[in-house]
Design a protein around this ligand. Sequence first.
Ligand code: PGA
Length: 251
Amino acid sequence: MTRRMMVAGNWKMNGSAAAVDRFAEEISTAVDGLAAQLLICPPAVYIERLGRQVSGVAVAVGAQNVAAEREPGAFTGETSGEMVVDAGATYAIVGHSERRALYGETDQVVATKANAAAAAGLVPIICVGETLEQREAGQAEAVLAAQLDALFDHADQDTLSIAVIAYEPIWAIGTGHSATPDQAQEIHAFIRSHIRDRNATMAESVQLLYGGSVKPDNAAALFAGADVDGALVGGASLKADSFLDIARAAG
Ligand code: PGA
């Protein structure tokens, strides 16, 4: 099966109204003819602003997180899936390693958030990945298998059938040390085969993104992996020119 390539930008807690405007202007004229699906996930307060400015342009807008709760209520500081849909989001990243490490999100919370995102009409981009210690101890595959199993145990079938999975080794995020193309392909093939054991249809259709120090100069080599269907890009997505260079590398 041919899976469409996707390049998704995760701005994290970066950006400003001016940065959104500049990015939207620079990207709007440049994405025509690019084959990859493009997505930017700015901070939630800028989803609507960015979405308005790229309407009619082949760039989707997404959230970096959504509440686990689906119904409105007394959840100070939270933003629901329905609210980010109202703002124009069509995707939501869930379970980014920073959310897991800094805000205590467990595998179960991640699955609940993925379900909440999907129920609101968002495509969840579910992040998995191992730490450096786990990799050095030879546990990378076991860690990923456990994260994926938790997803299969707690996420709804409807969620899984539309989800995108992002493999983001924690040691590669924001460090400038990307996984090598061989390391990325090896783990992506492992993830796909692990998914195949649980759901053969999903294994073939699911887009597996690589994330962790993806830059214009390493993107093409990473994308050459047969099981690498695109990238989740942090730092290099903040500037339109580097994001576009990565998008071009995806075809
Ligand atoms: P990076 O971040 O590209 O800056 O390494 C990736 C991510 O955390 O999604």
